[in-house]
Design a binder for this molecule. Structure first.
Ligand SMILES: C[S@@+](CC[C@H](N)C(=O)[O-])C[C@H]1O[C@@H](n2cnc3c(N)ncnc32)[C@H](O)[C@@H]1O
Length: 262
């Protein structure tokens, strides 16, 4: 019998090293101030819900840990808001860009190259007010291990905010129907989609989920989006904004979860 091997953390690392997340959000030279400004503009234009979910200004003078910081767009905004920021990341290529970004903007922060499944080997226990992880945990082989490790390093009165892909979503329906368009991140080794019951299992005995809501349907024509043009698909263009927003709340791709340690 031929059993396909499960992707390893090394496969995951290789994938994100080849193509750090959002690295093509600008055509400008990677590492320049203008490049980073464009990356940020595109991210928060396309994923408008992120600043509201991260609540950057709330974490001034607090210890923030970001699990899977990528090239550091949200990192920059935590640091600008005055947080005592630490970012961990599996992909060295992503971390290099994030570090460069902090230098370019004169921001203070700490970056650690590590596998989040082993966080407490690298960070002090019970030391973070906020652990933030946006679109990361569903990409790693042992997802429960990451949450267990976050429970170790978060303060007992801390807050854990994570985004996981939602199973009950427009995007998942399109993927299952073979109608999803090729996107930036094709070939990703692991991308689990979560139901509410799966979120409860993931956090069981470690965190109490205080809010779980869905957001974000990507509305644009991909062929235009990759050329930095934002033309909604005709069916979304025809839809009143209130209807589109209702669809996003019900079928959004991003499960936004806020939890507190038990
Ligand atoms: C979709 S990207 C999101 C990056 C960033 N949070 C953002 O929103 O731009 C997923 C990131 O998770 C990181 N990642 C995946 N598994 C990880 C692990 N076990 N430990 C640390 N980082 C991991 C990847 O290297 C990649 O940078």
């Amino acid at each position: 019998m031929n059993v396909a091997a499960q992707p390893t953390v090394f496969d995951v690392q290789e994938y994100w090293n080849r193509r750090p997340c959002n690295i093509r959000h600008s055509k400008l030279e990677v590492g320049t101030r203008a490049y980073f400004d464009e990356v940020e503009e595109r991210r928060y234009f396309v994923e408008r819900h992120i600043p509201g979910f991260a609540q950057f200004s709330r974490w001034k003078a607090k210890r923030v840990l970001e699990v899977g910081c990528g090239i550091g767009t949200d990192a920059t905004n935590f640091a600008r808001a005055g947080a005592d920021y630490t970012g961990v990341e599996l992909s060295e290529a992503s971390l290099q860009v994030a570090r460069q970004r902090f230098e370019v903007f004169g921001l203070k922060g700490k970056f650690v190259a590590c596998n989040a499944e082993e966080l407490s080997r690298h960070l002090d226990t019970k030391s973070f007010d906020l652990v933030f992880s946006f679109g990361v945990i569903h990409h790693t082989p042992n997802q429960r291990a990451v949450v267990e490790q976050i429970r170790k390093v978060i303060k007992t009165d801390g807050e854990f905010r994570m985004m996981l892909y939602a199973k009950n979503s427009w995007k998942d329906a399109m993927i299952e129907a073979g109608l999803d368009q090729p996107e930036a991140q094709t070939g990703c080794p692991i991308a689990t989609t979560y139901t509410e019951a799966m979120v409860r299992d993931l956090t069981k005995g470690l965190f109490e989920v205080v809010e779980a809501r869905q957001a974000h349907i990507f509305p644009y024509v991909i062929e235009k989006y990759v050329k930095y043009e934002y033309e909604p698909q005709p069916w979304f263009a025809a839809m009143p904004a209130t209807v589109f927003e209702a669809l996003e709340r019900r079928f959004g791709w991003h499960f936004l979860i806020t939890a507190r340690p038990i």
